[in-house]
Design a binder for this molecule. Structure first.
Ligand code: CA
Ligand code: CA
Length: 110
C-alpha cells in the first residue's frame, strides 16, 4: 500500500485499535520503538491508568499465555495506550509526513 493510500484509509476510520510500533518482545517491561529507541529515551508515555486495578502495560496473560508485548492505541479515546497480544489482528498506524517520530508523540501537547 502506498503512503498516501494508507493515510487516506486511516483518515476514514473512526474507531478501532492501531499498533503504534512499540513492543517489549525482547525484554519484558522494556518498551522499544520500531526505530530501536526505547520508551525511556523518547520520554512521553500515555499508558492507560486504572484507579483500582493494575494500569497498562499489565502484560495480561489470559488471552495469550506469552503475555502482551505490543502496544496499541485506541483512537476513540485518542492518546491512550494499551499493551495487547501481538497476535491480535490490528492495523498499523501510519507515520505522518514530515514527522521523524511517531504521530502521537508529536501531536500531544507537552
Ligand atoms: Ca509485555
Ligand atoms: Ca494490557
Amino acid at each position: 500500500m502506498t503512503k498516501e493510500g494508507c493515510e487516506n484509509k486511516s483518515a476514514s476510520l473512526t474507531k478501532e485499535f492501531y499498533w503504534i510500533g512499540l513492543n517489549d518482545l525482547e525484554t519484558e517491561g522494556r518498551w522499544v520503538w520500531v526505530n530501536n529507541q526505547t520508551l525511556n529515551e523518547t520520554g512521553v508515555q500515555f499508558w492507560y491508568k486504572r484507579e483500582s486495578e493494575q494500569s497498562e502495560p499489565d502484560n495480561w496473560k489470559e488471552e495469550d499465555p506469552s503475555g502482551e508485548n505490543c502496544a496499541c492505541v485506541d483512537l476513540k479515546i485518542s492518546h491512550i495506550w494499551y499493551d495487547v497480544s501481538c497476535k491480535r489482528n490490528i492495523k498499523f498506524i501510519c507515520e505522518k509526513k514530515n514527522k521523524h517520530t511517531f504521530p502521537f508523540l508529536d501531536d500531544k501537547e507537552l
